[in-house]
Design a protein around this ligand. Structure first.
Ligand SMILES: C[S@@+](CC[C@H](N)C(=O)[O-])C[C@H]1O[C@@H](n2cnc3c(N)ncnc32)[C@H](O)[C@@H]1O
Length: 287
């Protein structure tokens, strides 16, 4: 296992002008950039396969309920955290390596009136700044692909969970051996990627003392999600070619940058081919 350099991972995601770009997108979409509708933000703040539908099935797998103290490990700009706070009434703490994402995420939470129930801070999943048993639940959405040291990641998650509570992981995993083609949404190069087999997660969870209760490969769900996304991208490209406005004002291209299309084509191609798939794993820290 080669450890991934966290500074290089942060550099992949870092974007100093992100808040300005999102505000411009909101204005172009006809929204109030100071008080946007959370549903509108979901086009850009859910940085994983499946948007709010995926955040919902993660929340359901957690058994999320009102008042539950939930930790989002690798929270990005906080779309899933705000969704869980809004839809289930949870109090969500998010941590993420990327300082720009944390700053933007906290501003977005305040803008949609969720500043009290969602707090994001910069930290590494490998060194969580919380005491033992601080949380009633935790989840990871599309983060393990940047973390080679899965045993330490799972040990940290287990440490901060209250006994009897759940950890839900929704990550992209390899389904067989074979070279992976880059760029992908989580890395432009092989060196910053730690996309792993389910077996690596199983082993790390077992060593951390977490018991797996369910696993579900979301391949078909992912294919449907990308088919719809690519249709939207093709329509936008067509409209740009005809002198129209090009990509929609709000979308994951605001996070993925200039090579968005290549990243999307690569991840979708390798999901269709059966090499990659998002997998939902539900586990529990014994009581
Ligand atoms: C693809 S994004 C997913 C963001 C968010 N979970 C979501 O679904 O919208 C991956 C995120 O993981 C974060 N990340 C990667 N490695 C990390 C680490 N070691 N500790 C904390 N965050 C990490 C990145 O900064 C990035 O925000």
């Amino acid at each position: 296992m080669t450890n991934i350099n966290e500074a290089r991972v942060e550099a992949h995601y870092a974007q100093k002008n992100l808040m300005r770009v999102i505000r411009e997108g909101l204005v172009a979409a006809g929204a109030d950039p100071d008080r946007p509708d959370p549903g509108m933000l979901s086009a850009v703040d859910e940085f994983h396969i499946g948007g709010t539908e995926a955040s919902r099935f993660v929340g359901e797998a957690l058994g999320a309920t009102a008042g539950m103290r939930v930790l989002d490990i690798g929270c990005g700009i906080g779309g899933p955290a705000r969704f869980l706070a809004d839809a289930f009434g949870c109090r969500v703490t998010g941590i993420d390596l990327t300082a720009d994402y944390v700053a933007v995420g906290n501003q977005l939470s305040a803008m949609v009136g969720l500043g009290e129930s969602v707090t994001l801070q910069q930290a590494s999943a490998l060194d969580l700044p919380f005491r033992e048993a601080s949380f009633d639940a935790a989840y990871v959405m599309h983060v393990g692909m940047n973390i080679a040291d899965k045993p330490r990641m799972m040990a940290e998650a287990a440490r901060v969970l209250r006994p009897g509570s759940k950890l839900v992981i929704y990550d992209v995993m390899t389904q067989r051996d074979g070279p992976v083609t880059y760029p992908l949404p989580w890395s432009d190069v092989l060196e910053n990627s730690a996309v792993d087999r389910l077996a690596a997660y199983d082993k790390a969870l077992e060593v951390a003392g977490l018991v797996i209760e369910a696993r579900e490969t979301k391949r078909d769900f992912a294919v449907g999600f990308f088919e719809a996304m690519i249709e939207r991208m093709n329509e936008a490209q067509g409209s740009a070619a005809e002198g129209g406005r090009g990509p929609g004002p709000l979308g994951l291209h605001l996070l993925m940058g200039a090579n968005t299309r290549e990243k999307v084509d690569n991840v979708f191609g390798q999901i269709k081919d059966g090499l990659l798939a998002p997998v939902l794993v539900t586990c529990r820290k014994p009581a």
